[in-house]
Design a protein around this ligand. Structure first.
Ligand code: OGA
Ligand code: MN
Length: 274
């Protein structure tokens, strides 16, 4: 297994692994270790049908369903993340971490590229451990006792799933999901602290009004996106990304109007942030 970092703070490609084959337990632990260290890992040229994609997910954790969109008929935990030729908004088209409005958000998300536009459609990732480390001791102390209120119903993120809800929406989805989580989260496996708020879902600090929260949240949302905390991944068909949803953000770039982009996505169960 060859590991090639693609940026300073986050992201590494893993070469010479064929995920279509059953993986030895030692290979699974090696992949997990690289993933925990780099926040997001990428594989290239994987030829996986949905069954094989699901088998890799099962080797890494426990696949769960997404509340708003139906999965594939045979694999309810695999959803299609797509943007069609005539559509203008992309799914999750802003900096965010996945479903932070759930009590126990996923520990990981896996995305497998099926069909890509001729250019564009990259995804950026940002390390929230690096973002936290770069704050002053004063701001770290201020944030340490705070909790963020995360909602599924902020306007921009709601708009970014409308096309998919129209085509593949789930009848059993709630209108809104809301959860409070610590603003500074301690990683259950590495013990590293990271910033756990995001512009897609966080509406205010618990016990504060939205108006009071807005200036500090706005500073933190900008801080989270500083280029030195990020990497940018250019997909090819068969590329697979696996990100640690507890300590990274991601942002799919919407620069390919008129072309299709189709990905398969699986999320893995996570614990309650602490
Ligand atoms: C997601 C998401 C990113 C992308 O599936 O959670 O944000 O690049 N997608 O499509
Ligand atoms: Mn996402």
């Amino acid at each position: 297994m060859e590991i090639v970092r693609i940026a300073g703070a986050v992201g590494a490609e893993i070469h010479d692994v064929d995920l279509a084959q059953p993986l030895a337990p030692s290979t699974v632990s090696a992949i997990r270790a690289v993933w925990l260290e780099h926040g997001v890992i990428f594989f290239r040229d994987q030829k996986l049908d949905p069954r094989q994609f699901m088998d890799f997910a099962l080797a890494m954790g426990t696949p769960i369903e997404y509340p708003f969109v139906r999965g594939l008929p045979d694999f309810p935990q695999i959803i299609e993340v797509k943007k069609l030729e005539h559509e203008r908004t992309n799914f999750g088209g802003m900096w965010h971490t996945d479903t932070a409005y759930l009590e126990c958000p996923p520990s990981a998300t896996m995305l497998l590229a099926r069909e890509l536009p001729p250019y564009g459609g990259d995804t950026e990732f940002s390390s929230m451990a690096a973002a936290y480390d770069a704050l002053s001791d004063g701001l770290k102390a201020t944030l340490s006792g705070l909790r963020g209120v995360n909602s599924s119903a902020k306007a921009d993120v709601t708009k970014s799933r409308e096309d998919r809800i129209a085509s593949d929406g789930r009848a059993d989805a709630r209108k809104q999901y809301v959860s409070e989580h610590p603003v500074v989260r301690t990683h259950p496996e590495t013990g590293r602290k990271s910033l756990y708020i995001n512009s897609g879902h966080t509406v205010r600090f618990a016990g504060w009004t939205e108006e009071e929260s807005q200036p500090l949240l706005s500073f933190l949302f900008h801080h989270q996106q500083r280029a030195e905390f990020t990497c940018r991944f250019a997909w090819r068909p068969g590329s697979l990304a696996l990100w640690d949803n507890r300590c990274t953000l991601h942002n799919p770039v919407n620069d390919y109007h008129g072309f299709r982009r189709i990905m398969h996505r699986i999320t893995l169960a996570g614990d309650r942030p602490r």
